[in-house]
Design a protein around this ligand. Sequence first.
Ligand code: ARG
Length: 463
Amino acid sequence: MAQLWGGRFTKETEKKVFDFNASISFDKALIDEDIEGSIAHVVMLEKQGVLNLSEKDSIVKGLTEIRSEVETGKTRITDEYEDIHSFVEAKLIEKIGDDGKKMHTGRSRNDQVALDMRMYVRKALDATADSIVRLLETINRIMEDNIETFMPGFTHLQKAQPTTLAHHFGAYFEMFKRDHQRLKDTYRRMNYNPLGAGAFAGTTYPLDRNYTSSMLGFEGPTANSMDSVSDRDYCIESLSDLSLIMMHMSRFSEEIIIWNTNEYRFVEIDDGYSTGSSIMPQKKNPDIAELVRGKTGRVYGSLISLLTTMKGLPLAYNKDMQEDKEVTFDAFKTVNDCLDLFNGMLDTIRFNKEIMEKSAVRGFTNATDAADYLVCKGVPFRDAHGIIGRIVIYCIDKGISIDEMTIEELKGFSECFDDDIYDAISLKTCVEKRVTVGAPGKCAIMEELKKNKEFLEKIKEET
Ligand code: ARG
């Protein structure tokens, strides 16, 4: 049990108290951030005359060695330390002696951990944004390939009006685009440096917080030292961003699962991304989509967990806040794994275009267009709606679609029907006529694709 704070105590901590209190089993993930932050801190201390050059050099060298020894496995991070900060400091003192004891001058673990977490979250936000870009590229590619792949659009999960696969996927492009923007917004808001806040009241040393901020790539120092060590908003905001990503991926997964059923057969998931059954040889299951849908609950759980942890905390630091780590780490890992696998599944999926098109024809998705046809011939819309409703009953009874009725049959329902009805309600016409901004018609979709391309080019330039 190696601690940083034995001086005030006359008795050893109970082993189970030490274990309960310790965070090393999970905050070891912060080792790189911890060392980078400490290097910036001591370089600044030397610049400010708090440390001399040789002390700074020996600390920086020691820290750099510890980092590479942990990387190569020469030094192992073990449970005998309370947390990653204690581990690094203890190893440093072991390595360089008394100089190492000066590293923590003008710093508290409160601003240290606040710094480490911000650096971790900021990196994870970027990695997640990159994964979203890869998914957006796949969605965009599928859109480009399927401008004329007709399919039914649904409301209430019932076939409603015809659309195209490009249009359907375009909806997801918009969702993930907003997700990307949210991650970037969160990054911009949180990229301020808490180092130098000390325990919560700053320090009496002449720290240059602007200097460490620019060394560590922050916009500047955080404004209030009390807030700096108490704020976990950026973790919660990130978890909220991640929850929305999962919600979108889960809806998408649900559709893939439905489209993959024997009843729909709109898609075929590649063998590499599906799994079999131990008993039923015919099975090919959409496990990736199901797991993505399932893991959504886990990410929401992280968000609710941290919101609840923070809701009753008085200022400034409280040990409750150590609970920010596991949920944040887990949520980022879960979302990044899900994005990666979901993207791979989507990139290799095959669309049964014929089945999709047939499904649109068989599902009376042109009923609105048939009513609109009558409207054009002078029938009031409400009457046209009634006529087409009766035609649908007739078709269901005969097991045919509206365009399979003869003109005589149609005229039996309304004298206004003419031979041009067949063209007016063909799937292609129904879609092509929808050219308002954001609609599935070819002209509109081409515009949408142009905007997608501009967006992808712009974000690539920014990275
Ligand atoms: N492991 C702690 C955490 O993650 C580090 C900060 C400890 N600070 C303290 N005052 N005990 O929050």
